[in-house]
Design a binder for this molecule. Sequence first.
Ligand code: DAH
Length: 347
Amino acid sequence: MEAHAELRDEALARLAACTELAELRSVEKDYLGPEGAIGALLASIPSLPKEERPKVGAAANRLKKELEAGLDKARGELETARVAAERAGGDFDPSLPPRRAARGSLHPLTKVRREVERIFSSMGYDIADGPEVELDYYNFQALNIPVDHPSREMQDTFYCDEEHHLVMRTQTSPVQIRVMEQRQPPFRLIAPGRVFRNEEQDATHNHTFHQVEGLVVGEGIQVGHLTGTLKGFLAELFQRQVQVRLRPGYFPFVEPGFELDVACPFCDEKGGTCRVCKGVGWVEFCGCGLVHPEVLAAGFGGRDDVDLDKLTGFAFGFGLDRLVMLRYGLDDIRNLMGGDLRFLEQF
Ligand code: DAH
């Protein structure tokens, strides 16, 4: 009991001497914290003579309550004093604007996706979507991707459930088949969404990224429609005329298939030391082509409201993350999904 009385005197004296919140915190830690003096007092009880134990226990608990109340009161007083001092002159300046309330902002991917959707909507496109966990059939087979195609290999595809043939979709192209099954041509749509690949991550590769698929189906669709559309889209996005060029490219679901490049919007095709196009003058923008007849057959086959002989279409798919990086001059794709608010707050 003597030790207890000493402890109490000391604690109350320290409390009374506090002039700052930080000091209160250290008093709290020294007495009430996990390694504090009151805890030690309680821990010593079992070693005391039996008849002393209840008395010391009760006293220690009283002291604990007393200190907690004292700390609360002192905190309140310090806060009131601080506000009063501010008001009385000191640091308080009534002409300053109020502190800015913390406010969220749209993710850069959301901003650019909405911009893409706005532009395509203005060109008469619908917005479609499909599941992120997809059947092997839609992700591969129906898209004319043969069983031995390299993109099927384990290192690219996250297999969810092999028994039920479920994969994390590796591309937004399966949405093409899903909408063909549901809709009556002609139609035009884009399908933005998340895709997944089991890849090593680096500054330009992430296991989760975003694509925008485009699909136009009707009669008499030609390559000129494809390039005209993408050129129009890019001009609107970058708010200037842009040059595009086609290179042959292989994708099993289009024939002919192309890679479409856009003249670097940063250096205007001059190349040189441009960081964005690495001096090439062009940046790869998307894969595209005329929809393969096998794909049209998979999507529309067996329907009497669709004449497969007359049906044509074009498709394209581009990476949204890359577009965001182009737009804001970013150099590491991992930042986009990294969840670091210090990065995201800049947009
Ligand atoms: N799905 C392809 C990929 O992920 C991109 C693509 C290429 C989409 C050509 C298309 C296309 O619609 O026609 O690499």
